[in-house]
Write a protein that binds this ligand. Sequence first.
Ligand SMILES: O=C(O)CCC(=O)c1ccccc1C(=O)O
Ligand SMILES: [Mg+2]
Length: 359
Amino acid sequence: MPECTWRLFRFSLPLAMPLPSGASVRQGWLVQLQGAGATGWGEVAPLPGFSRETPEAAFRALQVLLPRLTSVPEASTFAEWAETVAPLLADAPASVRWGLELALASWQAARVEKRLDTWLASDPLPVISINALVPTNWQAHPECLATIRAAGYRTVKVKVSGHAPGEAARCVRQLRDMLGGEITLRVDANRAWTLREALAFAEAVADLEIAYIEEPLRDPEKLQEFVQRSPVPVALDETLAEQPGTPLHRWEGVAAVVLKPLLLGGLLSAWRRAEEARALGMAVVWSAAFETGIGTRGLLALAAASRSTEAAGLDPYRWLADDVVHPRLALQPEMPVGEALTGPWRPNPVVLETIDVAA
Ligand SMILES: O=C(O)CCC(=O)c1ccccc1C(=O)O
Ligand SMILES: [Mg+2]
């Protein structure tokens, strides 16, 4: 049982664009695990408006857990780790599990001189496609579409939750015209509509080859009915975070699951959801909730290891105006995984404040 040391930092990152909650900074804690000649990083950053725990609750859990995790059982493979280490965190809030599991897993990987993706799986994908995110008010910012097109993104997701269904359909049609037929187009309603409204939207865009509509309904109980009646395929997001214990086959016919480990309860919970989805023939979309470069690299490793060819939702990284480690991740439409996951990274003192870990 190698001894290891945790370091804890508070971070506060300036944003290039405000968060969904309206906040103009992204805050949280960075954890660093060192021992046996290896280093692992993770981040704990509940997302206001989406995480079920408050930042205060996450911090309290960190203060309790870190001193207990200084003697970590050895686990040379991911399977062994999933059996022995991950259960130590079973009761922690989702953001804490995500951050500590990421730090522990990347430390275990580093100990055996592997990158996280190659430690998680023997045959990870070398390149992961990224989904460009278009904000609800894109029409007021035509330059954001120009940037996305110029960069060469092949999958685009647009948020429609600020709109009534008819208006949302017109918006999506305009976007399809501007992007052309080659681009894979996803729509996220963030539970904005009633069943009737959502069906009206789906019928109005039925000819636009939308890959899926994410969380159309205010009332998730009606999802199955929507799935049966909608001409547009459906993806789950919020529903998965809300119902962690419900087997996926409850939503038979759903085309895709959007997996955000920060909201789903960590690396392992999300990994298990991915396996469950795969077995049911659902597409797996790994996705960020405004993670820093640490969490975003972790997500890239997960996407590569799970061999999902669906474009990953890592675009929220572009919202950050700075990062907790330098050099910054160079986000691009087709991400070379090996390059992105190979350090070293220097902590950025401008946005980090060291916090004592209670002994
Ligand atoms: O899925 C993506 O492409 C990016 C992630 C994203 O949209 C998101 C990020 C944080 C919180 C909620 C959401 C969402 O999917 O609604
Ligand atoms: Mg969503």
